[in-house]
Ligand binder design. Structure first.
Ligand SMILES: NC(=O)c1ccc[n+]([C@@H]2O[C@H](COP(=O)([O-])OP(=O)(O)OC[C@H]3O[C@@H](n4cnc5c(N)ncnc54)[C@H](O)[C@@H]3O)[C@@H](O)[C@H]2O)c1
Length: 341
């Protein structure tokens, strides 16, 4: 199979790892990104690791005319994986319109172009934030969606609805992938999370503290009703997550999908507390992390982890990496970044 797949947000964290997985599975990815939160230099690493040259467009997907140029030059795109979005939850509460405009206009442009240019499969990066608070974990795809606590979360809920409604009127099929907590880096140590904006997720905060980029880190609250009082999340290795996108594409392109829009949870299926994550890091890095326990952070959910049975059963997805693999790869990547490798 040598089908062309357009990967929006292709130089971003999950997008760049997905380029590799697609190539390893005989797809030809084309990347598009405006470089807002990533650097195009990551494509050199992808090329080094795969031996394949990547066609890349430096384009803002909110500009429909520029975006259409990609389809005019590549009229045979079979599938789209739409990663491109702004993703900082806190920032979205400060500049909500920027989030709504960027995440929704770019989505609507790319959806319309997908229909116009006969794309067959549309895969969308959604998030477990759509489930909101108060759900009992493990959460499966039938759980009702609750009020999103940030404009970022709302953009994911609106995006899902826009995709469902629009897909019904088109010839293509779509898949909504709800990620839990992506973490870790490529096992080569050559690429990993490298945002232009400040890193906010737990694993890069841990590795940045260990390397000395941050003096210390805060654990937000130890009075939750959990094993050790800290919040529980479901951490999924970025390479396993990337592979789920390839499987979702194959699922649609092989005509196995019955629904016009299907939904899958992507998490490892078990929750770990913040303190368990810190201990896992200390074990593999043989370092002691400088952290202190602070107050609860507004908006943090006590515990959330996935029921991933649907992705395993229907897509045949089998995550291969555990928390130690996540921490080991993230730590190697952090050390390599500091040496400018
Ligand atoms: N990383 C996570 O924790 C997480 C969790 C759940 C869902 N997601 C979703 O997964 C997707 C990818 O996340 P990521 O962690 O790789 O983020 P990322 O910021 O590394 O990648 C997103 C990329 O999209 C690009 N982009 C943004 N707006 C654009 C536009 N208008 N035109 C062109 N490019 C644009 C950015 O420059 C960036 O490179 C996002 O949609 C995000 O909301 C991420």
């Amino acid at each position: 199979m040598t089908k062309k797949i357009l990967v929006t947000g292709g130089t971003g964290y999950i997008g760049s790892h997905t380029l590799i997985d697609l190539i390893e599975n005989q797809f030809i990815p084309i990347s598009v990104d405006n470089g807002y939160n990533s650097d195009v230099s990551v494509l050199k690493k992808v090329e080094q690791l795969t031996g394949h040259k990547i066609k890349h467009y430096n384009i803002d997907l909110c500009d429909v005319n520029l975006s259409e140029q990609i389809f005019i030059e590549n009229p045979d795109i079979s599938g789209i994986i739409h990663f491109a979005a702004l993703k900082a939850v806190g920032e979205s509460t400060e500049i909500p319109l920027k989030y709504y405009k960027n995440n929704l206009i770019s989505l609507m442009n790319i959806l319309e172009l997908s229909d116009k240019y006969n794309v067959k499969a549309f895969i969308f990066s959604s998030s477990c934030t759509v489930y909101g608070e108060g759900q009992l974990s493990p959460i499966d795809e039938n759980a009702s969606l609750a009020w999103a606590s940030s404009p970022y979360g709302s953009t994911k809920q609106f995006s899902e609805q826009i995709i469902k409604d629009y897909t019904l009127t088109t010839h293509f099929q779509s898949v909504l992938l709800r990620y839990f907590n992506p973490a870790g880096a490529h096992p080569s140590g050559l690429m990993g999370e490298s945002p232009k904006n400040i890193a906010l997720n737990l694993v890069p905060v841990i590795t940045e503290t260990a390397i000395g980029k941050r003096q210390k880190m805060t654990v937000y609250g130890e009075d939750y009703d959990t094993r050790d009082g800290t919040c529980i999340r479901d951490y999924i290795h970025v390479c396993d997550l990337a592979n789920a996108h390839t499987l979702a594409l194959q699922y649609v392109l092989d005509n196995q999908q019955i629904e016009k829009t299907d939904v899958f949870n992507l998490g490892i299926g078990e929750g770990l507390t913040v303190l368990e994550m810190i201990k896992a890091f200390e074990k593999i890095s043989k370092t002691s992390l400088n952290y202190f326990v602070g107050k609860r952070r507004p908006g943090d959910i006590q515990a959330i982890y996935a029921d991933n049975k649907k992705a395993r059963d229907i897509l045949g997805w089998k995550p291969k990496n555990n928390v130690e693999d996540i921490m080991r790869s993230a730590w190697i990547w952090e050390q390599n970044k500091s040496k400018n490798l």
